[in-house]
Design a protein around this ligand. Structure first.
Ligand SMILES: [Zn+2]
Length: 245
């Protein structure tokens, strides 16, 4: 079976995001200037790149090569990312839909016991889809947030209204943009070319329109086209909109 294209083409560098506005461009500088807020909320529609950006921030914060804009993925810091107890590597991710508070607490306890990794001296706990956590758990997360100086929490959510006010109040909130049509078309064409899927610009425009420029949806549609060998979409807009091959 083909490798999942969303995973294969996930952004590993800041310039890999489908749109390069605002937060995506600013983030490396925020980390380098050591001004990553104690708590950040990344909000935006499903599939727009929130989690990828959070992971990339955690990766960069763990990379020992300070001269690079992007993490190198080779140094000890990069290699030990996601390790829950490590001298190097400061990123840890939990998912709201399958959340175990104990795991986050254990990581946070380690943040207090072990020195934070060079060069930025921070740990980056990531709570993905935080709106799935019930109110009591969100409050317990706030208590952790308040108690660990070296942690820079990143919360991702596709529904900011369901994030507890206590978290929102403590956080710098960034909205992740959805790409423009042109950005979605360019990225769709690039992936199609790399995968050897014969997609014309007109078809890429149809894909972007049918999937409202959403990176994950466009990529999933390309995956379906690759699997079925189809190189065009149904002409009827209504059908294209609900397209299921
Ligand atoms: Zn590195």
């Amino acid at each position: 079976m083909d490798q999942d294209l969303t995973y294969k083409y996930r952004p590993l560098r800041f310039e890999d995001f489908w749109c390069q506005r605002g937060i995506v461009t600013m983030m490396p500088r925020i980390i380098e200037s050591r001004s990553l807020p104690r708590s950040t909320i990344l909000t935006g529609i499903w599939g727009c790149g929130k989690t990828s950006l959070a992971e990339l921030v955690g990766q960069k914060a763990s990379c020992l090569k300070v001269t690079e804009r992007n993490p190198c993925y080779e140094c000890l810091g990069c290699q030990f990312v996601d390790t829950r107890i490590a001298t190097y590597g400061g990123r840890f991710k939990v998912y709201g839909g399958n959340f175990k508070f104990d795991e986050l607490q254990r990581f946070c306890n380690n943040c207090q016991v072990y020195p934070a990794p060079d060069p930025y001296h921070i740990w980056v706990p990531i709570v993905d889809e935080v709106q799935f956590l019930d109110i009591n758990i969100q409050q317990r997360v706030v208590n952790l947030l308040d108690s660990i100086d070296t942690a820079r929490f990143i919360f991702c959510t596709s529904d900011l209204n369901k994030v507890e006010e206590a978290i929102r109040k403590r956080s710098q909130i960034f909205e992740m943009p959805t790409p423009t049509e042109e950005e979605a078309v360019v990225a769709t064409l690039a992936i199609a070319k790399a995968e050897g899927i014969p997609v014309t610009r007109a078809v890429a425009e149809q894909i972007a329109a049918a999937k409202t420029n959403n990176p994950r949806d466009c990529t999933n549609l390309l995956q379906l086209m690759k699997g079925t060998g189809q190189t065009s979409l149904p002409q009827d807009d209504d059908r294209a909109d609900r397209l299921v091959f």
